[in-house]
Structure formats: C-alpha cells, structure tokens
Design a protein around this ligand. Structure first.
Ligand code: C5P
Ligand code: C5P
Length: 473
C-alpha cells in the first residue's frame, strides 16, 4: 500500500468518470468552504468545464447541507463531493445508497463506500491525508488523469494543501509526500517557483511593519495583529522602515537585516517567558505562482489560500471559487477587501482569546468556551493560529467552542507530540459528537464537530474522557 496504489485507484476511477460525462449525466459539485475545499471545487469545476460536462456547484459548511439537498436532485445527477464526505459514509449509505456519488476527500473515512460509488481517499491506501495530500491535490490528480491540460491547475492544488497547513508538521514548512510531487510538476511546467526565506505575510508588497503585524503563523504575542507594536519592535532593532519616501518590504531586506529580525524575535519571546523556538516556524519554503501579478495576495500560495479562506468563511464562496478558477480584475479587488476585513476581525478574536477569558483546563484538554463572543466562522482559523502559538501546553489538545443559534461549532487541534502518543482527534470528535446527537470528524491533528447547544457541557466531558482513554492506551 502507498503512493503507487493511490495513483492506481485514481487511474482506475477516471474511465468511469469519463463515461458519466460522455453519457450526458449532469453533476452537482459540493465543496467545503475552506481554502482546500474552494480549491477542490474550482479544480473539479474547471475539469468538468473543459470536458464539456453539465454541472452546478454548491459550497457547504457541513454534511447536513448535503444531506438536505440530495433528495431534491434529479435521478441522473451525480453528486461530486470534494473535501467533505469520507467522514460520513455511513450516513450517506443509510440515506442514499442507490444514488451515484463521487467522493474526492482526504478526511478519515467512516466505514466503506457503496460498491457503485467512486471513493478516492488517501487513507484507503495508507497514505496520510493530513500531511501527504489534501483534497485539492486528490481532485487535481483526478483532473489530470482525465486530461493532461489540467496540469495548469497544479498551483491551485498547492494553494489548497497550504490552506490546510499540510506543511506545518515538517521541520522547514515544506510540503512533502504526494504534495511534493505536485509541487514538482507545477515547477516543471513553469507555474510555480519554490525558494527558502522567512514566511512573513505580504513579504513582497506590504510595508515591513505591516507584514510583521499581519503574520499569525507562528503567532507572536503582542506583535501579531498590532501595527504599533510591530513598528516599535523594528525601531528597537534599528531596521529602516523607509527608503526615502517609500516603505520598504521584506524581500528588499539584506540577509543581515533578516537575521537581526529573527534573533530579535527570539529575544523578544524569551523576555516574555515564551519559548523562542517558535520563531523557527518562520523559516520555510515560499511557493510563488509565477503567472500571478506582483503586489497581489495571489503571488504567494499561502496568501492565496488565506484569501480563499476569508471568502469561504464570510459567505463569499462564489468569489473565492471564481478566483481559484481564474477570475481576476474587479472580483480580485472585492476579494482583497474581504481578506482585509476578515484579517481585522480575526485579529480582534485573537486579542480576546489571549486574554484567556473562558479558558478551562480540564483533566486532558484545554477548552475555550467562546459562547457568542466568537463568531463561529472564526473558530477554525483562530484555533489553528492558537495551536501554532506558545500559549497552549503541548500535552493537551485544544477544543474551542462557539455558539451559532441552537448549535455549537467545535474546533479541536493537537500538537505533533500528542499525535505521536496515539491521539486521533478525528476519532475523538466523531465519537463525542455521536454520543450527544451531533456530527463530527476530521484528521488526527485537526478535527471539528457540530452539536446541539443543550449538550455543550456533556460534549466537553465526553471529549475529555475519550482523549484520556486514547492517551492511556
Ligand atoms: O476540512 P479540512 O481538512 O480542509 O481542514 C483542515 C483544517 O485543519 C484547517 O482548518 C487547518 O487549518 C487545520 N490544521 C491545523 N494544523 C495542522 C493541520 C491542519 O490546524 N497541522
Ligand atoms: O472546522 P475546523 O477547521 O475546525 O475542522 C477541522 C477539520 O475537521 C476539518 O478538516 C473539517 O473538515 C473536519 N470536520 C469534520 N466534521 C465536522 C467538522 C469538522 O470532518 N462536523
């Protein structure tokens, strides 16, 4: 089992997909609303468009929206699920076993698919779906197997993988596994350039202090989100912010200046009693889309991903989808505004979170009960950022909750140390959500759930107990 088997699984399925297209079946593409989901939705849409298929698309927040829509589809419509589905095979089988599904997903599968469905998931071949390939990578490999011209979509697969932080577990923020193979294809085709540098946000176009303040991965307490503190920090290091009347940007700094900032951040963190080693997460691979204009967030694949994420999480999925499919001009300007506003709101949420109100240390987990103070659409990004900070202990996973109507949205994150100790958050969230009448699932390192509001306390107790059991065995 491994990469070879996974590629064979893809190749074996493409004839069937081609048959559906040639037969004139129509498709509905469901895609998840985060960066990897939007990238997957865009890749499948371009693939179907180029193949001359009839299709519509639908962005979804959770499996419930798919469950509600399927009964209304015409009988010849094929439901193509990207970045969602594998974790809910038993519900889909129970309700819609006679429908035709194509599921392209990297979440941990829950049971098996019906024999007549197409289910492409790396976990089926012992390939790590949390780190080696994302849903957009899977969708890209399928699209390329349908037609070689879809190699043009390889940079979007890289954007999706970075959006899901698949580079995060590696030493130097580098995509590995099948993602690396896709990166190499994109580089060979002249669509992507890879280099080593410090990963400051907007490194090629934002004034240095703004780039520093906008960087949240890793999260630097006091500086991330604060323009004024970023300015005084850089001033204290005697880094010139301007060249004549023009703001300088990170890519113009000398190696010496970059070293001064890097060491300065280590000292700053030590002075606050945080671990200076967190600064290491700033060093990594830069993935640049060669065909994109300079001065836009689309040039750097990580920023492209955060733009898509902002669109998806604010109800502007179609804008994100259009951008990932290639739309620019006015639509890009709109997306940039959405991104700035999203980053501003996220920074407010992080300010609130680091005050540690509503943090609860249970026996085996850290629970943050955001209630209605945190917009449920921010919980996923906020918990990912917090988990890449030094604010949490390494030996307890984070579970963040936010209320939305009569439901609670939960996002859970774990450290690599806990994964090595046998923790699998996807299973934890699934089990705990099942026990309180909700839905949950995901990856070992990052997972989520939606549960009834009335069961919030019980859910946390279940999560705590299941984590305890898992770490004991
Ligand atoms: O639905 P999906 O698989 O696309 O989302 C994965 C989520 O897991 C993203 O929100 C990403 O930020 C998070 N993640 C994380 N830390 C990792 C890997 C993924 O927070 N090391
Ligand atoms: O929403 P959040 O980013 O916290 O989700 C983390 C991971 O868990 C994502 O991959 C998401 O798709 C997955 N998830 C899931 N089922 C849910 C909620 C989240 O599979 N009900």
């Amino acid at each position: 089992m491994g990469y070879g088997e996974f590629i064979s699984l893809i190749n074996d399925s493409t004839d069937k997909i081609r048959e559906f297209i040639d037969h004139g079946n129509s498709f509905i593409v469901f895609y998840h609303i985060d960066a990897d989901g939007l990238s997957s939705g865009a890749i499948s849409s371009v693939m179907l468009l180029r193949a001359g298929a009839r299709f519509i698309t639908r962005a979804v927040r959770s499996i419930n929206e798919i469950l509600e829509t399927i009964p209304y589809l015409q009988s010849d419509t094929i439901a193509l699920l990207t970045d969602i589905g594998s974790g809910y095979l038993s519900i889909l089988r129970e309700k819609f076993h006679d429908k035709q599904f194509i599921i392209l997903d990297h979440h941990q599968p829950d049971g098996e698919a019906e024999k007549h469905w197409i289910h492409i998931n790396p976990h089926l071949c012992d390939v790590d779906g949390a780190r080696d390939i994302s849903s957009s990578g899977i969708t890209y490999l399928v699209s390329k197997s349908i037609s070689e011209e879809n190699i043009s979509l390889s940079p979007i697969a890289v954007v999706g993988a970075l959006g899901d932080l698949q580079d995060k577990s590696s030493e130097k923020r580098e995509l590995g596994g099948l993602n690396k193979m896709i990166v190499e294809e994109a580089v060979k085709s002249g669509l992507l350039k890879v280099s080593d540098d410090l990963l400051f946000y907007g490194r090629s176009y934002r004034p240095i202090h703004l780039a520093l303040a906008s960087t949240t991965s890793p999260y630097i307490p006091g500086i991330s989100g604060s323009e004024a503190h970023a300015v005084s920090f850089l001033n204290s290091l005697k880094i010139r912010l301007k060249e004549d009347d023009r703001w300088r940007v990170f890519t113009e700094l000398s190696e010496e200046e970059k070293k001064i900032i890097y060491n300065g951040l280590m000292k700053y963190l030590s002075s606050l009693n945080f671990s200076p080693s967190i600064v290491k997460e700033l060093v990594g691979k830069i993935y640049e889309l060669t065909r994109e204009e300079e001065w836009t967030p689309l040039k750097d694949a990580r920023e492209f991903a955060s733009l898509l994420n902002a669109c998806g999480k604010t109800g502007n999925e179609w804008i994100g989808l259009a951008i990932a499919m290639g739309a620019r001009g006015e639509i890009l300007l709109q997306a940039q505004k959405i991104l700035e506003e999203y980053k501003r709101r996220l920074s407010e949420v992080l300010d609130y979170l680091i005050r540690r109100e509503n943090w609860q240390e249970l026996k085996h987990i850290i629970a943050i009960n955001g209630g209605t103070a945190i917009d449920e659409r921010m919980v996923s990004s906020a918990s990912s950022i917090l988990s890449s900070s030094d604010l949490l202990p390494e030996d307890k996973p984070l579970v963040m909750l936010a209320i939305s109507g009569d439901k609670v949205k939960a996002s859970a994150r774990a450290s690599m140390k806990l994964i090595r100790m046998g923790l699998n958050l996807g299973l934890v969230m699934k089990k705990a959500a099942d026990r309180v009448g909700g839905v949950g699932g995901g990856h070992d390192i990052a997972a989520g759930a939606e549960i009834p509001l009335a069961k919030k306390t019980m859910f946390l107790a279940e999560v705590d107990a299941i984590v305890g059991e898992m770490l004991k065995s």
